[in-house]
Design a protein around this ligand. Structure first.
Ligand code: ZN
Length: 309
């Protein structure tokens, strides 16, 4: 009737959606001084492996994947969302992909917020790292949209809102159907959420010690979130770094709208975090994506955090 791969995928999706007690861990809590941080997995996105490295020699990408015992054609992108609590505010950073894409094993944010005991109505602020559909799609999912306060402020770089009013895909390498989807979801977001947008130019302190800072690169308004409390620090890098970028920071992600600038932003951030030894998280690093980066020759090395529990 159907093959084993489909059977296991169907079961995973079914169980995840039906039961808040997931079979896999989907949230990871940590503290940064007085700031509470919760990483939540929205699920995973199986995509063509070539999306990791649009400018790579295919043999080099194949070798990179093979060295990690990964299949050559599909790379399953993790999709992480972060909830930050500081000074009485509850900040949701990105919203996952939403529920309109059964081909992705994702869109689980609302369910997993519930399982973590977080009522969307308690969210005081939403921060968007950028407007790609895997970051804003949750805002169109009933589970989240129905629970968020209808006037919750949404913080976004002004350059991002401006870019998506008339987006430029000429330097990105994404498959055309995905490009169409990304464009239509971004347009819908601007139509439906414009009155809630709180735009910033360079950076904005959303809550005590929680600063969203525009980097550009991946998209013109792409932003990271810097957490600082006492001597503790943690940076959420959004889409500035993907799993291959520690070894190959020069590889262009297919979704980078300005790939050369994305490389500069990535290298600058990784060099800084390697020098300070401060921890980081990122949207598409393997859950919970918490770790550090070290310098390794003229590239970098990912050092996952030891789980504290
Ligand atoms: Zn993304």
């Amino acid at each position: 009737m159907t093959n084993m791969t489909n059977v296991s995928l169907d079961n995973t999706t079914h169980l995840s959606r039906a039961d808040p007690d997931d079979l896999v861990p989907s949230r990871y809590a940590l503290r940064v001084g007085d700031i509470d941080v919760l990483v939540i997995s929205d699920g995973v996105l199986p995509l063509p492996a070539a999306t990791l490295a649009a400018n790579a020699d295919p043999a080099a990408l194949k070798a990179w994947l093979d060295e990690r015992l990964l299949p050559p054609d599909v790379f399953t992108w993790p999709l992480n969302v972060v909830v930050v609590r500081s000074g009485g505010r509850t900040v949701l950073v990105d919203t996952g992909i939403g529920e309109e894409y059964p081909e992705f094993r994702a869109g689980l944010l609302a369910l997993r917020l519930g399982a973590a005991g977080i009522d969307p109505a308690s969210v005081t602020d939403v921060v968007l790292t950028h407007m790609h559909f895997d970051h804003i799609g949750g805002l169109f999912a009933d589970g989240l949209r129905g629970g968020l306060r209808p006037d919750v402020p949404i913080h976004l770089a002004a350059a991002e809102a401006e870019f998506w009013a008339s987006p430029d895909f000429s330097r990105a390498s994404m498959p055309p159907p995905v490009q169409e989807k990304i464009q239509s979801v971004a347009g819908r977001f601007l139509d439906e959420y414009r009155s809630q947008l709180q735009l910033f130019e360079v950076e904005y302190e959303v809550a005590p010690g929680v600063v969203v800072h525009r980097t550009g690169g991946h998209t013109p308004g792409h932003s990271v979130v810097r957490l600082a409390s006492g001597s503790d620090r943690l940076t959420f890098l959004g889409d500035a770094v993907f799993p291959d970028h520690f070894d190959r920071p020069d590889w262009h992600n297919a979704f980078d709208h300005d790939p050369e600038e994305a490389v500069r932003v990535r290298v600058r951030l990784l060099q800084e975090l390697a020098a300070t030894r401060e921890p980081l998280m990122a949207t598409h690093l393997s859950f919970p994506s918490v770790g550090r980066v070290a310098v390794a020759g003229d590239v970098f090395r990912w050092v996952p955090a030891y789980w504290e529990y």
